[in-house]
Ligand binder design. Structure first.
Ligand code: DAH
Length: 340
């Protein structure tokens, strides 16, 4: 009797190994035959007790090996085909062409901005960001811009109707006063961001645009430091041979004030047009921070001095990528954006 049991187990092992498990539909017959409550192995397992004592251990081992083999074979096949109850359907055609991924990219304004931040980052400027909805004090008063200054006029500045004294910042210089009231020198920051002015929208100007503001305050900072910093920037941004000039100008928050031009050249008609025939192109406003501004923000002007500058981003992006109309930057037309 026990020899029969042994032979029976061996036969089932053979059957398990040769069972045609070819697809999901063969899973269930396999399970019924070797694992279910009516499986062929069940009576053989139950028979362990009947086997004579000398062979019981060897038999028990073998019949359990058979059970394990059935379980593992089933589990592997199930993994391969999915469970029997699921309707597996036809095998997908793996030869289909893949969907092409449309890759996103940085907006050209962000690309120019990143470049500027990276250049100044190399000489120790860190990036500070602040709010776009400002109060009059941080945007104007602290920056020495008197109440009757034309920039405050409703025609230039967007005031918020429901929030008296609040406005959309007209320049990134507002971050200067925000930062200086909270930090003491040394200060070496760059403030990028969006600014708003009530301008008529045209190919050359928009009611929203981007600026990067720079501010450096420490002991003994001079105009020479300003010039050298800006020259470094111009060379990194526009090439090693870039030439700059500082022209005297006026801003309420700097004294003295200047505008920086870079030499653009006069190669073709467009160069003549954008440089008004001079070859020089204005890139930014700058100057030594007015002592009154330092005072307003709680920094001792007897001890500290510094410089500031502010530059527009759209202008630089237009030059760099030869974009003829500022409005393209804000329309989010993918045909435009995909070119960068
Ligand atoms: N805020 C000025 C503007 O929007 C630009 C500017 C000029 C910023 C001189 C400065 C500066 O920090 O020193 O036109």
């Amino acid at each position: 009797m026990s020899t029969d049991h042994f032979a029976e187990v061996e036969r089932i092992i053979q059957e398990i190994q040769s069972f045609p498990l070819e697809d999901a539909t063969s899973l269930e017959p396999f399970r019924l035959q070797f694992l279910g409550s009516k499986s062929q192995l069940k009576p053989l397992l139950a028979a362990i007790g009947q086997v004579e004592a000398a062979q019981r251990k060897a038999y028990g081992l073998r019949v359990n090996q058979a059970r394990q083999l059935a379980e593992e074979t089933y589990a592997l096949a199930k993994e391969r085909f999915g469970s029997a109850s699921e309707n597996v359907g036809p095998i997908p055609d793996l030869g289909l062409p893949a969907l092409s991924l449309v890759q996103g990219r940085r907006h050209p304004i962000s690309q120019v901005m990143d470049r500027i931040l990276e250049i100044f980052g190399r000489i120790g400027f860190s990036v500070v960001e602040d709010r776009e909805v400002e109060d009059e004090w941080h945007n104007f008063t602290a920056l020495n811009t008197p109440d009757d200054h034309p920039a405050r006029d409703m025609q230039d500045t967007y005031y918020l109707r429901d929030f008296p004294g609040r406005l959309l910042r007209t320049h990134s210089s507002s971050v200067q006063s925000r930062y200086m009231t909270k930090h003491q020198p040394p200060i070496r920051i760059l403030a990028p961001g969006r600014v708003y002015r009530n301008e008529t929208i045209s190919a050359r100007s928009h009611c929203q645009f981007h600026q990067v503001e720079g501010l450096y305050i420490d002991q003994g900072v001079s105009m020479a430091d300003l010039r050298q910093t800006l020259l470094f920037f111009a060379r990194e941004m526009f090439g090693k041979d870039a030439r700059i000039r500082l022209r005297p100008s006026y801003f309420p928050f700097t004294e003295p004030s200047a505008e920086m031009d870079i030499y653009w050249g006069l190669r073709d008609e467009t160069d003549h047009r954008i440089t008004k025939g001079t070859g020089w192109l204005e890139i930014l406003g700058c100057g030594m921070v007015d002592p009154a501004v330092l005072q307003n923000c709680g920094i001792d002007p007897e001890r500290y001095s510094g410089f500031a500058f502010g530059m527009g981003i759209e202008r630089q992006a237009m030059l760099r990528y030869k974009v003829p109309d500022i409005r393209y930057f804000f329309e989010n037309d993918l045909r435009f954006l995909r070119q960068f």
